[in-house]
Design a protein around this ligand. Structure first.
Ligand SMILES: [Zn+2]
Length: 460
């Protein structure tokens, strides 16, 4: 048996311990390396979202939920500010990127940045007439109010009780997102639809035209006409053949309205002629003045954009009967004149010019106004000595009554006797006219004694 070598054992143990320590060190180092590597990989593999608009980075958010929250918050903020739903013109992009090296931004900061960057469109309603968008208003209620106001405009512009209203065009209201500047007020939209487009056509000036008469006839306000014709230096300078512009307002909607209209209308009176044997045949007198009656007419009237197009009478009620005009006509025969020494009126009528001086001129007879064609009668019996044209007298008849007395009947439209003819007092010799130097139909009547005119009124 060998004696144990203590020293050798010790050395052996020591040797073993040394190798264990080395192993431990290696293990610990490996573990550390692994942890570091894992941490680095973790950091590198984690991603965040980069928020951008048109390639411009706005900031970084943690994840998609946060991004949606930001978008929601942004819309709420715009809606608050503009009181309408909004849509952004640009697209907000969220792209995943490695988190490493990017600091996450505060939500509010991103919202604020986006607010400054984005352009938005507002939710609005387009009024579409026959497929054409004519106006954009803020919402459906406003659009409906606009259409109602247009209809009310035409209803209030016309009299009567509404039966039916029709709009010729197809009107649609379409919800759309539009730029704020394209949205107009209800008042502006009503105005636009009523005034619509202005169409211009030309017109050639004819005799008797003035801007004022054209304005009235064409139903165009005078100031509009002046505006449409800047070439005219003055509104009085129209010449025949001038071409002027007529502007016509074409409303965008054609509204026809049927209304029950009640109005008063006058009823004309009739004239009745009665015979009166106490009056001469050429004499007549109004016994009773005529009076127009009144009736209430009920009609269905069709208006197109406020202008009357047609009318159908559906009822009439007499409120006041007309009073007829009664005229008495004389029947006293012409023969009744015979033997009367005095001169008779050649015609019954108003004396429009007496005998004597009028100004510097001497009026040698009396003028008796009467309508054209009325019979002119011989003032007394006698012989026709002149029947024809004589200068200012025009068609003249002269009757010689004997004893140096003559009567003249001038300005006749026709003469019904001839020279040398014997006439009775009251017999028709001519027809009233306005020939020669005369203004208006009348008989110029003279009595001459030995060739000198005397005042006829002293002999009638
Ligand atoms: Zn006269």
């Amino acid at each position: 048996m060998e004696k144990p070598n203590l020293k050798g054992l010790y050395e052996k143990i020591h040797e073993k311990m040394q190798s264990d320590k080395k192993l431990k060190t290696i293990a610990i180092s490996g573990l550390c390396l692994f942890i570091v590597l894992a941490a680095v990989m973790f950091v590198y593999s984690r991603s965040v979202l980069e928020v951008s608009v048109n390639g411009q980075t706005i900031g970084y958010v943690k994840n998609h939920e946060k991004f949606l929250e930001i978008k929601k918050g942004l819309k709420a903020r715009f809606k608050d500010k503009l009181s309408a739903d909004v849509q952004f013109v640009q697209e907000i992009k969220a792209t995943p990127v490695r988190a490493f090296g990017h600091k996450l931004d505060l939500e509010d900061d991103i919202i604020e940045k986006l607010e400054k960057t984005l352009t938005c469109k507002l939710k609005a309603v387009a009024i579409n007439i026959d497929g054409k968008e004519v106006a954009m208003v803020k919402d459906k209620a406003t659009a409906e109010k606009v259409l109602d106001q247009v209809k009310q405009h035409y209803i209030s512009q016309t009299p009567g009780e509404l039966i039916k209203l029709e709009v010729a065009e197809k009107v649609k209201l379409v919800e759309r997102y539009v730029y704020a500047k394209d949205i107009i007020s209800a008042e502006a939209a009503v105005d636009l639809i009523l005034k619509g487009g202005v169409e211009t056509r030309t017109y050639e000036v004819v005799e008797g035209d003035s801007l004022w008469t054209i304005s009235r006839r064409e139903n165009i306000p005078l100031e509009e006409l002046i505006k449409a014709n800047p070439q005219l230096k003055s509104e009085h300078e129209l010449a025949i053949g001038d071409i002027i512009n007529l502007t016509e307002v074409k409303p965008l909607l054609n509204v026809s309205i049927l209304k029950k209209v009640t109005y008063e209308e006058s009823i004309p009176f009739e004239t009745e002629t009665i015979k009166d044997n106490s009056m001469w045949t050429w004499d007549q007198k109004v016994k009773q003045e005529g009076q127009k009656g009144v009736k209430e007419v009920t009609a269905e009237v069709l208006f197109a954009n406020g202008i009357k197009v047609s009318e159908q009478v559906i009822g009439e009620k007499v409120i006041k009967e007309p009073v007829k005009r009664i005229v008495a006509k004389g029947t006293k025969a012409e023969v009744a004149f015979r033997g009367n020494g005095r001169f008779a009126w050649p015609i019954v009528g108003t004396i429009t010019s007496p005998y004597g001086y009028r100004g510097r001129e001497f009026h040698s007879g009396i003028d008796i106004a009467q309508s054209k064609g009325a019979p002119v009668r011989a003032s007394n019996s006698g012989t026709v000595t002149f029947a024809g044209w004589r200068g200012g007298y025009g068609n003249l008849v002269i009757i010689n009554h004997g004893g140096g007395i003559e009567t003249y009947y001038a300005h006749n439209s026709a003469i019904t006797v001839s020279v040398g003819q014997k006439v009775e007092k009251g017999q028709q010799i001519a027809k009233v006219g306005s020939t020669g130097r005369s203004t208006g139909n009348h008989v110029h009547f003279e009595i001459r004694i030995n060739g000198s005119p005397v005042n006829p009124l002293n002999y009638l």
